[in-house]
Design a protein around this ligand. Structure first.
Ligand code: SF4
Length: 592
């Protein structure tokens, strides 16, 4: 790697905000001998452009001995982030490769068949006449030969050990804050009727401890291998059998990995197992440092890990299996005015399981009042769980404002979100787990509500185990990280603005407990927080055309209101006297 090239490798024609300084700091961190540089870069700092500049410093083919790794990987856990990269003209030299299921076969009669179910996957020894034009294999060949290959973290981890995507000089991980959790998720083994093709032949026993799982895993591996042999003996497989064959291969790899790690007394990974009422068993690793070594740290020489929310360097390194002494932290300042990203205290009590029945109706009434305050602006509700989302939507319907409310379930998630984003109506979208990877710039969303402090679920055995070990700092940091990510959804550029309302009083407690881990720029938001003046519930219901006793008086409101109102009479308390287009920071890159 040659960090001295970092400025010339920056792909934009000019620098905005703190980008130039960030590049110099990253360069200095690598030149000081650090193998890993954490770049804490908030929304709008142009993270993807910084990532491209770092990747461009990788050793080039021709400038290295044949045995030295060259080139770079760019990887991110978020599919939407990879989509943004693929569509960004400034990043066009990043060669994007996705998983096989994202591509269709091009053979006649197979054009609706995804590549992982195509004839080359179904028939033993199939010699495809058009493989050189196959969209998947072409993209893969291009990505494997170009200086920067870009892929999701899932694909990156899956290709560990492959000949095609071997070790490179530099690896850049974008949105890296959840690296340990993503690794835990990918290393988690789900054993259920839908994930184990031979379930009926080998159901799990009652799981009292890991020794029960160990014995079952051995038996299951044998049964899977027997079925693999049967499938291999067939000359041609049906699409369903192709799926079964691939799943069996994946499952056997997972089971063997688990058994090897479990029996390795030097492995730092602790495994835990849960058995659900359905009989399904989940085997999960705690601190999967070894898994990360195999899938990430062995894949490059130097690493840049970028995120707005790496809150504690030492804790991050511990979770990711890194030695903090080899890791530098570069802090990029936030360049959006704090008054454009206000927090408001509209807390109504605790949203814990025990108190929710009492608090949720008060939260719903508050949402109605916020809908009146933002009567011409789109809003987002972070409901935290489908249980809260369903109850909230029921209550909003009872209060007569249901015509302005949208939602989703796990099946309709993407389509419902896309429909709401496309709409010009000032609708309110009740969402579950959308605190990250959403870009709601400008009028796409002007206000949002956090219904519940997003603490990890203590019913999860991994979480319970960590808390038994006293990992309360991790618990609070994890929730704070999600809150900070959520706040970044509605303010995407220096001249953008969006209000975040906090409905759960546990959030105030969280801010106090996690104060020491809070970035300065977010602490400034917390310190300015105030309780807003809202219209009364009765007035709010009246504005919406419902009635305070729950009867809806009118139908859906007209959607033809002028969108210009939101610029001239803003409802989040920001003074419009300053024309935002003239703000000195209005041209900072906003891709965070
Ligand atoms: S290699 Fe050929 S058969 Fe396989 S997916 Fe591509 S075009 Fe279809």
């Amino acid at each position: 790697m040659d960090p001295s090239r970092i400025v010339e490798e920056f792909p934009a024609p000019s620098f905005r905000g703190a980008q130039r300084r960030a590049l110099e700091d990253i360069r200095a961190a690598f030149e000081a001998g650090n193998d890993v540089v954490l770049v804490r870069a908030p929304t709008g700092s142009g993270k993807s452009l910084l990532a491209r500049a770092v990747a461009g410093c990788a050793r080039r083919a021709g400038a290295a001995a044949p045995t030295e790794p060259v080139g770079a990987y760019y990887t991110t856990p978020q599919v939407s982030q990879l989509d943004d990269v693929a569509g960004d003209d400034l990043l066009e030299d990043l060669s994007v490769i996705r998983g096989k299921s994202n591509y269709d076969c091009i053979l006649p009669g197979e054009t609706d068949t995804p590549v992982d179910r195509a004839p080359c996957a179904r028939e033993r020894g199939f010699d495809c006449p058009v493989e050189h034009r196959c969209p998947y294999f072409s993209d893969r060949a291009i990505a494997s030969s170009r200086p920067v290959a870009a892929m999701t973290l899932a694909y990156f981890m899956r290709t560990a050990g492959s000949d095609v995507f071997g070790t490179r000089d530099v690896v850049v991980v974008d949105e890296a804050h959840g690296l340990a959790e993503w690794a835990e998720m990918y290393a988690t083994i789900e054993l259920s009727p839908s994930t184990v093709p031979v379930w009926d032949a080998c159901e799990p026993p009652d799981v009292a401890d890991l020794s029960d799982v160990e014995g079952y895993t051995e038996r299951l591996t044998t049964v899977c291998e027997r079925r693999q042999t049967e499938l291999r003996s067939k000359a041609e497989l049906s699409p369903a059998e192709v799926g079964e064959r691939d799943r069996l291969a994946e499952l056997v790899r997972e089971l063997e990995w688990f058994l090897e790690d479990l029996r390795d007394s030097d492995s730092p990974t602790t495994w835990v197992a849960d058995r659900r009422e359905t009989g399904a068993v989940t085997v999960k690793p705690l601190d999967p440092a070894r898994y990360l070594h195999h899938t990430v740290w062995d894949r490059g020489r130097r690493f840049a890990l970028l995120s707005a929310t790496i809150l504690d360097k030492a804790a991050f390194c511990r979770g990711a299996g890194l030695d903090p002494d080899d890791v530098a932290l570069v802090d990029v300042p936030h360049t959006f005015p704090v008054e454009h990203r206000p927090l408001y205290d509209v807390t109504q009590g605790k949203m814990t399981y025990e108190r929710r029945e009492e608090t949720l109706p008060a939260v719903a009434r508050t949402v109605v009042r916020l809908m009146a305050r933002h009567d011409d602006e789109k809003g987002l509700i972070h409901a935290h769980s489908y249980d809260i989302a369903d109850r909230l939507r029921d209550l909003l319907g009872e209060f007569g404002v249901g015509g302005r409310v949208r939602g989703h379930d796990s099946e309709t998630r993407d389509a419902a979100l896309a429909g709401w984003k496309r709409s010009d109506d000032p609708d309110v979208f009740v969402s579950v787990k959308m605190e990250e990877a959403l870009d709601l710039e400008g009028d796409r969303c002007r206000w949002q509500v956090l219904c519940k402090a997003p603490y990890p679920n203590t019913n999860d055995s991994r979480v319970a185990r960590r808390l038994e070990d006293g990992a309360w700092g991790w618990y609070y940091r994890t929730a704070l990280r999600t809150v900070i990510q959520a706040c970044g959804r509605v303010v995407r550029a220096p001249d953008d603005h969006g209000a975040t309302y906090l409905a759960d009083s546990s959030l105030l407690d969280l801010f106090e407990r996690a104060r020491g881990d809070t970035p300065d720029w977010f602490a400034a938001q917390v310190d300015r927080m105030e309780r807003p003046a809202l219209p009364s519930f009765e007035t709010a219901v009246d504005v919406a055309g419902g009635s305070a006793d729950g009867r809806e008086r009118g139908g859906r409101r007209s959607r033809s209101r002028s969108r210009s109102r939101s610029r001239s009479s803003r409802s989040d308390g920001i003074d419009d006297a300053d024309d935002l287009d003239d703000h000195p920071l209005s041209d900072v890159w906003g891709d965070g």
